[in-house]
Design a protein around this ligand. Sequence first.
Ligand code: NDP
Length: 248
Amino acid sequence: MNSNIAGKVVVITGASSGLGEATARSLSVQGATVVLGARRVDRLQALVDALTASGGKALALATDVTDAAQVKALVDEAVRIFGRVDVMLNNAGLMPHSPLERLKLDDWDRMIDVNLKGVLYGIAAALPHMQRQKSGHIINVSSVAGHKVHPGSAVYSATKTAVRVISEGLRMEVKPYGIRTTVLSPGAVSSELMHSVTEPDVAEGIRQFYAEYAIPAETFARMVVFAMSQPDDVDINEILFRPTDQEL
Ligand code: NDP
């Protein structure tokens, strides 16, 4: 068991599937307490039941990250029950790619609300506790798309670029409190992310891309474990990783 993971209280948004779920499983096996938020609370509860049955400590709370009060309630509940919050993993996100000319305003709004404002609400919820504790670790999920834009990814890439910018600003501002910050930028990783694509032709292209290239969600979990398990005086600020075969 890794001593810098065991016993930590980790809040994860978007833990009902994909990268968040895989990370919850991995951290729980390594002795972390996981507090899980997402909208599909049945999925979260099934995960909590499985982790608890294996001897882990886990808690689920229905959380829509577009509502700052719900994100605050998630983190406050972690602190109320487990006494602290060591890691805030702002992971919830969606990727409804489409060319701008299709004017998918609802998709644009949802990406800004979940991918960008959801991360800000996660920071707002965790930061006061971590400042008081004088320790903590905020991990935000960006993407290769936060480093590159291609036709169809403009709004998604904008939100993920913003996550990187916010993470860097946060990194510099939290120095007085001993808080670490990490931004994780994955390439294609297997998950349910493609279900969020609303344009059928775009979805088919992404499905084929993921079928060819995607690596397992546990890959992402290993990156979280790597960042978390460094000694407290080492801050892994960014990890950008791709499937070895992925060119984009
Ligand atoms: P999934 O679709 O499998 O998971 C997305 C998670 O986000 C789900 O748990 C979903 O839960 C949650 N979510 C969506 N909207 C909300 C909301 N309004 N409030 C709370 N939770 C919400 O995809 P991934 O696991 O792949 O995505 C996780 C993160 O990784 C995202 O930020 C994504 O952009 C990023 N990413 C993924 C890559 C990949 O290839 N998979 C590559 C680069 C980045 P629910 O629907 O139950 O609310």
